[in-house]
Design a protein around this ligand. Structure first.
Ligand SMILES: NC(=O)c1ccc[n+]([C@@H]2O[C@H](COP(=O)([O-])OP(=O)(O)OC[C@H]3O[C@@H](n4cnc5c(N)ncnc54)[C@H](OP(=O)(O)O)[C@@H]3O)[C@@H](O)[C@H]2O)c1
Length: 412
């Protein structure tokens, strides 16, 4: 196998080191990187250029590894590689979430293969396991922590009692969060990965932009502490459910109880829990990112291609998946309201919840923490249709004179 690597950054350099150490018979024929000159010491004699044709026009290269990130150039590279008869390995979830549908069709037409184990949850071998082991199993439920940056932020907020902004800044300084963190903290990276995961388990393409998403920016230190009082933790969860022949999915911050395995997934770790119709519960846990964990997934894709055992890949049936309205599913909720500390507030809120057929599991108010006549009310509801809960929220919002701020989280 002769490969050409596009992008010689964190993952590209990790991959080269693994390939050198493993002596796997995979030859790195060339590297394309826009700043290859700065990296010549690490390349140690491997042909390199900023010119993409160095790899794309070399017919002796059978496999292209795309590790540049971004969309436009990566799309050009992957398309041209497939058109020139090369297989592709990529770690680029953003590219696949946006253009996977057409790229997989192109690969199919050209009899080539795209491998993308590293694109979903870094080192966790979820893609190949679903393709090979669970290929004829119906996955009825999937729940995951698939973004390491947000899990790191939420973990440190809880453990170090630091506010969101301070933890984000620390994560940016240590390289765990991007300078522009929107993709991670807004939940969009998890949304892209969920789209790929659900495409994988259903065999139909899911458009990431159609998946409802909420990020973690609203989560405060108060919520962390309220969660702890009830032995819950806050996680950014990507969730999929197959109910009554419909596919429901979303990305949301959620309270997870200590009985839930996601409770113990800390810092930048990732985990994917799923339920198979016949096989039951499965949990995959591991490093969701990082130089070597991610590069190892790329390396394992290369070994997979080398083994020629590639008929085990899933075939997509060429259509988009219809996504059900998540509001029609049920959940219990945590609702924290900042209210005026005065009589009648709780009664007004309880009335609205009751009118929307929401049953209250518990109500908590900490008068000792009242500041300037304002206090937090925390309500846990029993499971009910999300649509009923959203209607109640709209009604509660109208109580502007007594309810000053609200945040809600589903409880898993
Ligand atoms: N890092 C992780 O833990 C991780 C985990 C899972 C998936 N991934 C995915 O892996 C891919 C690579 O990530 P990374 O962390 O290795 O990124 P990175 O460190 O920024 O490396 C990207 C490399 O590609 C070069 N490059 C970028 N755009 C280029 C272009 N248009 N033409 C030529 N060279 C270009 C960059 O050059 P400069 O040095 O000049 O910028 C850099 O050397 C991304 O798709 C990412 O989402 C990464």
């Amino acid at each position: 196998m002769r490969i050409g690597i596009f992008g010689f950054g964190t993952v590209g350099q990790g991959l080269l080191q693994i390939l050198r150490e493993k002596k796997s018979g995979i030859e790195v024929a060339a590297v394309v990187d826009r700043s290859f000159q700065r990296k010549s010491e690490l390349l140690r004699g491997i042909k390199a250029s900023a010119d993409k044709d160095l790899i794309l026009k070399d017919s002796s290269i059978d496999t292209v590894v795309e590790l540049m990130g971004g969309i436009d150039d990566a799309l050009y590279v992957v398309r041209t590689a497939l058109d020139n008869g090369k297989n592709v390995v990529t770690a680029n979830k953003a590219l696949l979430a946006e253009h996977g549908y057409s790229l997989f069709q192109l690969a199919e037409r050209n009899g080539r293969i795209i491998c993308y184990e590293a694109a979903i949850a870094g080192a966790i071998p979820i893609v190949r396991n679903i393709e090979a082991v669970f290929r004829n199993e119906r996955i009825t439920r999937l729940m995951g922590i698939v973004n390491g940056t947000t899990n790191y932020i939420l973990t440190r907020m809880r453990k170090d009692r630091m506010p969101y902004g301070d933890v984000l800044e620390a994560a940016q300084k240590s390289g765990l969060a991007e300078a522009d963190p929107t993709l991670d903290v807004g939940g969009y990276d998890a949304q892209q990965k969920l789209a790929l995961l659900v495409s994988l388990v259903t065999g139909k393409w899911v458009e990431a932009k159609n998946i409802q998403v909420r990020g973690i920016t609203e989560v405060t230190q108060q919520d962390m502490q309220w969660a702890e009082r009830f032995a819950n933790r806050i996680r950014l969860v990507a969730e999929y459910d197959f109910i009554d022949n419909q596919h429901f999915m979303h990305v949301t911050p959620a309270l997870v109880s200590e009985k839930n395995v996601l409770y113990d997934i800390e810092y930048e770790n990732n985990a994917i829990l799923f339920h198979g119709e016949y096989s039951g519960e499965h949990l995959f846990m591991g490093k969701g990112a990082g130089k070597f964990p991610t590069a190892f997934s790329v390396y394992s894709d290369l070994l997979h291609l080398q083994s020629e055992n590639t008929k085990l890949r899933l075939e997509y049936d060429g259509s988009y998946l219809a996504i059900g309205d998540i509001a029609q599913t049920s959940s219990a909720f945590y609702l924290r309201l900042r209210v005026k500390d005065q009589p009648g507030v709780l009664a007004a809120i309880a009335q609205i919840l009751g009118n929307c057929a929401l049953s209250i599991a518990s109500v908590h108010q900490d008068h000792s923490a009242a500041i300037q006549g304002e206090v937090d009310v925390v309500i846990h509801t029993h499971a009910a249709k999300r649509s009923a809960f959203y209607t109640a929220l709209q009604e509660i919002q109208k109580l502007k004179s007594i309810v000053l701020h609200q945040i809600y989280l589903p409880v898993l």
